[in-house]
Design a protein around this ligand. Sequence first.
Ligand SMILES: NC(=O)C1=CN([C@@H]2O[C@H](COP(=O)(O)OP(=O)(O)OC[C@H]3O[C@@H](n4cnc5c(N)ncnc54)[C@H](O)[C@@H]3O)[C@@H](O)[C@H]2O)C=CC1
Ligand SMILES: O=C(O)[C@@H]1CCC=N1
Length: 290
Amino acid sequence: MVSHPVPAPIVLLGGGKLAEAIIKGLLRSGNVRASDLRVTVRRPERGEELRSRHGVQVLTDNAQAVRGAAVVLLSVRQAQMAELMACIFPALEAGQVVVSLSADVRLAQLEAALPAGVSILRAIPPTPVGVGAGVTPITAGSRMTESARRVTDALFAALGRPLWVSEEELTVCTGVSGTGPAYVFRFVEALAQAAMAHGMGAAEAAALAEGTLIGAAKLLAEPGATTSGLIAQVATPGGITVAGLEALEAHGLSRAVGEAVTVAIQRAKERADASARSAQSGAEAHSAPK
Ligand SMILES: NC(=O)C1=CN([C@@H]2O[C@H](COP(=O)(O)OP(=O)(O)OC[C@H]3O[C@@H](n4cnc5c(N)ncnc54)[C@H](O)[C@@H]3O)[C@@H](O)[C@H]2O)C=CC1
Ligand SMILES: O=C(O)[C@@H]1CCC=N1
């Protein structure tokens, strides 16, 4: 349960994959009613999907959607962000809270594009928020009020665990926990492929690999569990698991994971730099004498 009431209404601008995970997680938490969730879409078919699956309010007008919102979540991709912010700018009121979920638009760009009286934050919710199981790193903009902090904390506490970090750390989190579910699922696929290479059928191999992940995750979620303690439970000294673990390291597990995280962080930075440059050139073109 969360310590503060979850704010309402919550408005999600951009009803894509992450927005739907957030909708599911909030409804599942029991702290938010469907009628308190508003989501905007570009395509009517997508709106119908979200309305019929979750009973949320669906709109196509972003400016209309933000009116009266306790918190506004920007969940479009980078390419749509500048246009979206320009559209909602006149509709936002002082005191409102805007949380950008974009992994590649920095606070400086968001603050330059949104009204001065609005609290601006960034968060990177991982897809497991859909089952209330994610850690969501959050970073505060320079204009964030204490009330905005409480509202945002309560929102992400309903989806798992909020973790307050600096903006630099948020980029690291993006390459670790934002991307991380995909790495873990890829590991499961590799485990299933290995089972098949040794003669298991595809369905059995998938069941073994998926069951291994789900079972291991449940053990790790037990109070007091540690990865080292859980490894020791499996790995009989001098036995079979130790041989497998040694092979993983010898074939570069730590190096491969480290490289994936480094490359993801680098990509997030490059994309944020490109977005900032494009916003800057847009602003210069706008202010140039005609
Ligand atoms: N998918 C993930 O695991 C994570 C994604 N993010 C960030 O979340 C954002 C969204 O990502 P996804 O949901 O994966 O992408 P997505 O492409 O599934 O969702 C974006 C949605 O926004 C809609 N949209 C675009 N312009 C719009 C507009 N003007 N008005 C209303 N709707 C509009 C699109 O039609 C699409 O459905 C990105 O900025 C990404 O960096 C952050 C953390 C994790
Ligand atoms: O792949 C992406 O760009 C987004 C950011 C983190 C997860 N998905």
